[in-house]
Design a protein around this ligand. Structure first.
Ligand SMILES: Cc1cc2nc3c(=O)[nH]c(=O)nc-3n(C[C@H](O)[C@H](O)[C@H](O)COP(=O)(O)OP(=O)(O)OC[C@H]3O[C@@H](n4cnc5c(N)ncnc54)[C@H](O)[C@@H]3O)c2cc1C
Length: 550
């Protein structure tokens, strides 16, 4: 087996493997600590990539600008402290700078590397995304941020010839039915001709249009339902097991019996409620989309950046620094009321030696379990609700091969594997087919997703065993053989928030509790959506909330 080294861990989602929209979803992550306190880079060790620490210029200590006392809180120049330097925290900082005159910003991040889970490894001709590899262009927030940061020329779309997903079925890869989108059947011909479903299974999907909408009792405005219950009710068990479950797993790594329709898939729920069926709702959507395309809508699919997704937070952090934001490498350990108003943030030992920060407003943009810890001394009920948001973990094993060493044509964005197929891989993303510039000439790069909510034991394996498992899966699923030219493991223990049934009710309680703490706001992927555009929106909303600006 190939040897690999990879000391660091992180969070993972199989999101955006396919061209389906991420609406939102979360679960608790007892996030593992980074191995290196500073900004980390990679060095080559044989055919593996290994981390080696190096310094990040963004996170430097400037004693003249760090704000440590309440005297620094002034009405004319409010001080916003952002906890967490992931995409949510960085976009909250940008939004505050754009909307609050004179605001001073301090961003607290223990790793010393901006971007949170977003990490790109470049080595020779390989470009490996350790977590997200793309974002949805149909929502405005991602593209707008790229444009504001001057990265438009780096935007790349999924290669047109591979804009489809494959499903593992009966020992081979089969294209998902034409037009099928997570839950929405789309095209009659696609359903009629798919070998993924039996004749009875196809018929069951066809009659979805006659299945009456579920009408929750009027008094239960918060009635929720799991993805599995919804899909089986509307499309039948076979379509759920062979299509919906694997496609959803490629996005949320979730247990579909617990994933909340209302929180994770509101669009499809709304189709049932407003249009009467998924068939009708999807036809309405397709008509609207055709209209938007005719009207000149520019980006309707998944996009990435030529130099990798990490360029987005890296450029944003530079932009914030250039506009005067201060980056502090430390871990926040609580939030306490300031002696004369505002808030104080005690800092655990960090590179700066700072003990605490005084703030007029605080955006808490850390994972929900960490947020629960920060709120524990201030508001026990709020902390309990944050702690109750569960997370799932997964691992991505990236494997690079000589093109001739993979039998499959890799003529899709990737493949998903139904749980009923009894395999360990959740999905395989064909990275070098999706985007240009991901593998050297004559080579291909794929990412094998393992673990998820339904197979947490996968992460108990050590790296060598994970690689061996991924290699075995790649051999069976796409006919990979021979020695990989590149091997890399990204572990994401408890990194993917899971929006379980009842998530929206919990969010209502969280919102209510936060209202009692003026100047405090939450941002990040644990609340209103896991996809990159939603996370950006969460940061912007949090900044607005802190300062009461619309
Ligand atoms: C493996 C994987 C694949 C994904 N794929 C896609 C995709 O293809 N497309 C897509 O749209 N989305 C994808 N996502 C989702 C998306 O990338 C994330 O939802 C988003 O980047 C999360 O940003 P965040 O700022 O909320 O959280 P994070 O990136 O987790 O940032 C939180 C930050 O808080 C810091 N922190 C923690 N504790 C403290 C503390 N006490 N004090 C200060 N700071 C603290 C952490 O160090 C971290 O930097 C993926 C996610 C994962 C994990």
């Amino acid at each position: 087996m190939p040897r690999r080294t990879e000391p660091r861990t992180g969070a993972t989602v199989g999101a955006a493997l396919l061209a389906v929209q991420i609406n939102g979803s979360k679960n608790r992550r007892p996030r593992s600590q980074p191995s290196h306190p500073g900004f980390t880079g990679y060095t080559r060790q044989g055919n593996s990539l290994a981390y080696a620490p190096h310094t990040c210029g963004i996170f430097s200590f400037h004693p003249d600008v760090i704000v440590t006392t309440e005297d620094s809180r002034t009405a004319s120049a409010p001080h916003l402290v952002v906890l967490g330097g992931g995409l949510a925290g960085l976009t909250a900082a940008e939004a505050a700078l754009n909307r609050v005159p004179g605001v001073r910003i301090t961003i607290v991040e223990p790793t010393g590397r901006p971007g949170g889970v977003l990490e790109t490894v470049r080595d020779g001709g390989w470009l490996v995304e350790r977590s997200a590899d793309s974002f949805l262009g149909a929502r405005p927030e991602g593209v707008a941020l790229v444009e504001r940061l001057g990265l438009t020329s780096e935007l790349i779309g999924i290669e047109p010839r591979v804009r489809r997903a494959l499903v593992w079925h009966a020992g081979r890869t089969v294209p998902a039915p034409d037009g099928f989108r997570l839950l929405a059947p789309g095209l009659l011909t696609g359903i009629l001709s798919t070998p993924l479903l039996s004749p009875a299974g196809r018929l069951r999907v066809l009659v979805e249009r006659f299945v009456p909408p579920r009408r929750p009792p009027a008094e239960d405005a918060t009635a929720d339902e799991s993805l599995e219950s919804f899909a089986v009710r509307r499309l039948g068990r076979e379509a759920f097991e062979r299509l919906v479950q694997p496609l959803a797993s490629g996005i949320w790594t979730a247990d579909p019996a617990r994933l909340s329709m209302a929180a994770a898939c509101p669009e499809f729920l709304e189709m049932e409620r407003s249009d009467g069926s998924l068939w009708a709702g999807e036809h309405r959507r397709l008509r609207a989309k055709a209209h938007a395309v005719a009207a000149g809508a520019r980006y309707g699919q998944f996009l990435s950046l030529a130099r990798g997704m990490e360029s987005l937070p890296a450029r944003l952090a530079e932009h914030l620094r250039d506009r005067g934001a201060t980056f502090v490498q430390a871990r926040a350990s609580g939030i306490v009321p300031g002696p004369t108003g505002g808030w104080e943030i005690p800092l655990a030992a960090g590179a700066t030696g700072l003990a605490r920060l005084a703030a007029d407003a605080v955006v808490v943009a850390v994972p929900a379990p960490a947020a629960a810890g920060l709120f524990a001394g201030l508001d026990g009920a709020l902390a309990a609700d944050l702690a109750a948001i569960e997370y799932a973990g997964s691992a991505i094993v990236s494997l690079g091969f000589a093109r001739d060493d993979v039998a499959h044509p890799l003529d899709a964005a990737g493949l998903v594997v139904p749980r009923v197929a009894g395999r360990r891989a959740l999905a395989v993303s064909f990275s070098s087919s999706k985007f240009l510039g991901r593998a050297p000439a004559g080579c291909v790069l794929m990412r094998v997703f393992l673990g998820g909510a339904l197979d947490p034991e996968a992460l108990d394996r050590d790296d060598d065993a994970l690689v061996a498992l991924a290699y075995e899966e790649a051999a069976i699923l796409v006919g990979a053989r021979g020695r990989p030219r590149l091997v890399q493991v990204a572990r994401w223990a408890g990194a993917m928030p899971q929006y379980h049934v009842g998530h929206l009710v919990r969010m209502q309680r969280i919102e209510l509790a936060l209202a009692a703490h003026p100047g405090l706001a939450l941002a990040g992927n644990a609340y209103t959506g896991v996809g990159i555009p939603q996370v950006i929106a969460s940061g912007q909303t949090a900044a607005a909330r802190c300062f009461g600006v619309a």
